[in-house]
Each structure stands twice: as C-alpha cells, then as structure tokens.
Design a protein around this ligand. Structure first.
Ligand SMILES: [Zn+2]
Length: 336
C-alpha cells in the first residue's frame, strides 16, 4: 500500500468547521502506521500539487481562478461551513495531487491511499461546500480516464452523499459513481431515483440508508447491490471515497459502523478488483471526525485491502436496499 501525503494538510484551517481540524491528518496517518506495525506493507510517498490539466478536467477555470483570488487576498468564505485560509488552497491542490499519485500507483499495480485534507466529495465543477474545496476523488478518476482507463468507478462510503462527485459525472458513462449514505441528512441529495442522465443512466448508484444503520445492513448493500453492479461494470480502476464518519463514535454521522467494518468493506472491494481484473484500489480520504475512530478505521482499511472478504449477510428489513435495486434494475442485469 502506497500512502501519499504532505504536511501541508495540517496547515489548512477551516475555522467554520471545528471538527474538520488539522489534527485529522495526523490521526489518519497514525492509522497507516498502526497497519504497518500490524504487518501490512506500507510505503510512504510524497505528493506534488495536482497538474492544472487534472484540476480543469473536473473544475471550471472560473471556479479555480476564484479560489486563487480569494487565497491571494488572504482567504475568505467559500460557503457557510467552508472557509479558505492563507494555506488552504495549497493544501487542497496537494490533496488533489495525493489522489492523482494514488491513481498513478494503482495503475502501475500497487494499491494506494491518499491521506490528505481538506476532503473533496461535496465540491462540484464550480462550487465548494461541506468543508470541500477541490474534489480529490473526482480529479483522481478523471485523471485515470485521461491516462487511458476506459471505465472508472468511484465508491463512496462516507456517511454523507457525495453530491459534488455525482454532479461531475452525472452524464458521463465512463464513470460509475456509487454511494451508500445516511438519509435524510446533509447535503440532502442521493435519493435512490437519482441514477444519472442521458447515456449515463444507471451509472449513478445511490443507496440511502436510515440513521443508526449497522454493518449488517451495509453488508447487504455491498453483497446485494454495490458488488454486483461493480462486477458488471468491470472498471479498469476503482477509486474509493473513504470517509469514516459513518463510525459509531463520529460526532457528525448517525450510523453504527465499527473500525473493523471498513476493513471488511475494503477487503470486499479489493477482492472484487482482483476478480474483475481491475487495478488495485486507489483510496482517497474524505470525512471522519472522531480522531481515535479515524486512526482505527484507516488502519483497518489498509489491513483489509490485503485480506479476503469476510461474508456478513443481512437478514431483516431490506426496504432501503430494495428501493435502490428497483431504481437500478432496468440498467443492470445483475439486479433483475
Ligand atoms: Zn462526510
């Protein structure tokens, strides 16, 4: 596992969101160290600022110039919960660069994790919001497509719906976006009926779950929906928007996952990638606001990538999953 990071991640201060704190960076890196001590092969890599072409593949030049002007003026506000400080834009460009680095590693055969902040999945083509300035995972996916990958999937297990990533790829049939998230919840998007548009209908997969969902329900979502659709799509690369705010200890999320749950998700995705012949996983850090949970969950994820999938079937009320299955069945044979 290659871990991409840069100390600039600690210099981004969003004073509008105390929980998205600089300390998150060291807590997440401590997870990589813990995995290394437990026997996972972890190799640390520095990252470069994402190339302009990679940023512009996702964000409008006007939006990027707007951020640059705000940054040159000493900072300001991008949204009611998203502040840009003097060092924020450099940190954001390096976080996007970490995601690009993770894709380069994955495409050359090594699983990788971009451990950086600020997070990205609420940022769209011409907007930042929800603590996000640049959409790191979307930039990573677009970069892979520009490098010659024909199909790229982004799986987002952050407790919030990745509205920015969904928007960027909503009409793009080379990118499959799959999200499992708490609903109703911020940012209010991600209904089962949001499936993409035009030739990309079916290439947005949303699985909204009620608050207090546990791993058994997530397991049903993976086994019954996400993994079958991913198998059918056969991506050349799978990018994971790895947020850890669905952890039971998270102060923002209302879900009941444990650190080990993320290890099992990662293991399932890594084994699927091997089965369908896609590149190893490229993981990109999103949310996760309890520092101890963040450390434990990152450690479990890294260990999980090298472990076989532990089966965990849900038996109970499958209504939330059923709504998503029905919305997507016209587009995916494996769901019929
Ligand atoms: Zn989140």
């Amino acid at each position: 596992m290659h871990v991409y990071s840069d100390p600039a991640s600690e210099r981004h201060v969003n004073h509008m969101a105390g929980v998205e704190a600089p300390e998150r960076f060291r807590a997440a890196l401590a997870g990589a160290e813990e995995a290394g001590r437990a026997g996972a092969r972890v190799e640390y890599r520095p990252c470069r600022v994402a190339p302009r072409s990679a940023l512009e593949a996702v964000h409008s030049p006007e939006y990027l110039e707007g951020l640059e002007k705000l940054s040159a003026a000493g900072g300001g506000y991008v949204d009611f919960d998203t502040a840009l400080g003097p060092d924020s834009l450099e940190a954001a460009k390096l976080a996007a660069g970490a995601a690009v680095g993770a894709v380069e590693s994955a495409l050359s055969g090594a699983a990788a994790f971009a451990i950086a902040r600020p997070p990205g999945h609420h940022s769209g083509r011409a907007y930042g919001m929800g603590f996000c300035l640049l959409n790191n995972a979307a930039i990573a996916a677009a970069y892979a497509l520009a490098q010659g990958a024909e199909r790229v999937a982004i799986l987002d297990w952050d407790v919030h719906h990745g509205n920015g990533t969904q928007d960027v790829f909503y009409a793009n049939d080379e990118a499959l976006y799959l999200s499992v998230h708490q609903s109703p919840f911020y940012p209010g998007t991600g209904a089962a009926r949001e499936v993409g548009e035009g030739s990309a209908k079916g290439f947005t997969v949303n699985v909204p779950l009620p608050a207090r969902s546990r791993e058994d329900l997530y397991a049903e979502v993976f086994a019954g929906l996400l993994l079958p659709v991913l198998s059918e799509f056969r991506p050349d690369l799978l990018v994971v928007s790895a947020g850890y705010d669905a952890h039971v200890a998270d102060p923002l999320g209302g879900m009941r996952l444990e650190s080990a749950s993320f290890g099992r998700f990662a293991a399932g995705l890594a084994s699927l990638a091997r089965e369908v012949g896609s590149a190893p996983l490229a993981l990109v850090l999103e949310g996760g606001y309890n520092l101890n949970a963040l450390t434990g969950s990152v450690a479990a994820t890294i260990k999980g990538v090298e472990e076989p999938f532990g089966t965990c079937r849900y038996s109970g009320d499958v209504t939330p999953v059923e709504a998503s299955r029905k919305a997507l069945a016209p587009f995916w044979e494996s769901l019929r």
